[in-house]
Ligand binder design. Structure first.
Ligand code: SF4
Ligand code: SF4
Length: 427
């Protein structure tokens, strides 16, 4: 029942006796001992010996739902949020029609990271992936409206930036009574980790909703009102690059008057299963016309998402908040790309803004649990180095959302291509 880890963040454990072999993918600490090994009479090498006397058992309490793998309990949630559930809704809709009732209206939102994964897998431009996916959703699943999540991401970015400026000003006034850094809130894997292992950090986490949650609110409130429907007469299907978005969708925080804002989350990898089930050949799928603001909503930025820099591919929180805060707090417009300084590896980087020779803003990205632990140790005062950050974009997956556990794996393609190659093309 254990499949060995692959290069992308993605191991699936699917037995009640979930067992995890020591792996760089899991943040559960594994003790290592440095040991010299003689290779021949002249050469010795140092190896890290894993001091593991027994199998590492992962219970739900240990597991942080970081998307690095999926354990049994998560599998149940994953099953509840699957293509199967969408088909069940379609059957239920037919039954409702027979009973003379109005069927639930399906609205789908598509994340650019999921589209990038589909585009890389089928070797086509991102917009072609979006248009073909739109055709499948409308023609085969009866979805009434398809939209991208980029505009919801913009709402989320603006919200988090305003909150940052407010917190920064309060910190300048009150000092330690209004602590910093502010930590990004869009990654459900990171939120789950913080809640389980660092509850003391929760007040530092932004209160801004993630793009999926923003979209869910708009679909269930605004569209319901526009269409004269009750909120539960709409079924919101979200297509994301992340299994943890399924967990996010089921949280009580994302219900409006007891109605879920997002009813079902389908991962990019499950789109391949959907095509197989519908017996569709990618090349033969027509391009749906998009952007008519009736059956489809397309953000301008979605059409140019291919040009997004690697640091914006997880939502661009650091980039946006830095530029917004520089302008709002110091009247400074940052021209050109930000200058990143790498710390221990590419998953931990810093950016700062100097005004009159003083560092006034120091931001960081921390991708993957190793780097999250490095940063959270600093914030909690468990290291000699004091945390100098004002904002940290925290994401659970190494390399961020483009390497999400639910992206399509190279193995699904049955070619010689490795997951690393595929990730490069997604980027
Ligand atoms: S989900 Fe993450 S924390 Fe949980 S067992 Fe898998 S890799 Fe470890
Ligand atoms: S980094 Fe992105 S893909 Fe990974 S768990 Fe967080 S939101 Fe999901």
């Amino acid at each position: 029942f254990f499949r060995p880890p692959v290069t992308m963040a993605g191991v699936k454990l699917d037995s009640k006796l979930d067992f995890l072999a020591p792996s760089a993918q899991c943040i559960k600490p594994v003790q290592t001992k440095r040991k010299p090994v003689r290779l021949d009479s002249e050469t010795t090498s140092i190896i890290d010996e894993v001091a593991l006397k027994e199998a590492v058992k992962v219970s739900l309490n240990d597991c942080l739902a970081c998307s690095g793998c999926v354990t049994t309990a998560e599998s149940i949630l994953v099953q509840e949020q699957s293509i199967e559930e969408v088909y069940k809704q379609l059957t239920e809709n037919k039954e409702m029609e027979k009973r003379g009732e109005r069927p639930r209206k399906l609205v789908a939102s598509v994340a650019p990271q999921a589209c990038a994964s589909i585009a890389a897998y089928f070797r086509c431009p991102l917009m072609e992936a979006f248009q073909k996916l739109t055709w499948v959703l409308q023609s085969r699943l009866g979805v009434s409206v398809v939209m991208d999540t980029v505009w919801a991401q913009n709402v989320s970015l603006l919200e988090i930036s305003r909150e940052f400026v407010d917190r920064y000003r309060r910190h300048q006034q009150d000092g330690a009574a209004s602590p910093m850094p502010m930590l990004a809130s869009a990654c459900p894997g990171w939120i789950c980790y913080a809640e389980k292992t660092h509850p003391g950090l929760i007040p530092l986490i932004s209160t801004a909703k993630s793009p999926q949650a923003v979209l869910g609110t708009v679909v269930k409130r605004y569209f319901a009102q526009q269409w004269g429907l009750a909120m539960d007469a709409i079924y919101h299907l979200s297509i994301y690059a992340c299994y943890d978005k399924k967990l996010e969708a089921t949280r009580d925080d994302f219900k409006v008057d007891g109605v879920r804002e997002t009813d079902c989350v389908i991962a990019a990898s499950e789109v391949v299963d959907l095509l197989k089930r519908e017996e569709l050949e990618w090349a033969a799928i027509p391009l749906a016309p998009v952007g008519d603001h009736v059956a489809t909503y397309l953000s301008e930025e979605m059409a140019q998402w291919d040009e997004t820099s690697e640091f914006e591919s997880s939502g661009g929180y650091l980039e946006f908040v830095m530029r917004y805060a520089a302008k709002e707090l110091f009247g400074h417009t940052i021209q050109g790309p930000l200058s990143y300084k790498q710390r221990r590896n590419p998953n931990w980087q810093e950016v700062s803004l100097e005004v009159d020779g003083q560092k006034v803003l120091v931001f960081a990205i921390a991708y993957g649990f190793q780097q999250i632990q490095n940063v959270t140790r600093q914030i909690s005062g468990k290291t000699k180095a004091k945390c100098a950050y004002h904002f940290v974009e925290v994401m659970a997956c190494p390399s961020g959302c483009l390497n999400g556990g639910a992206q399509i794996k190279a193995s699904a393609q049955q070619t010689e291509e490795t997951n690393k190659d595929l990730l490069k093309r997604v980027e």
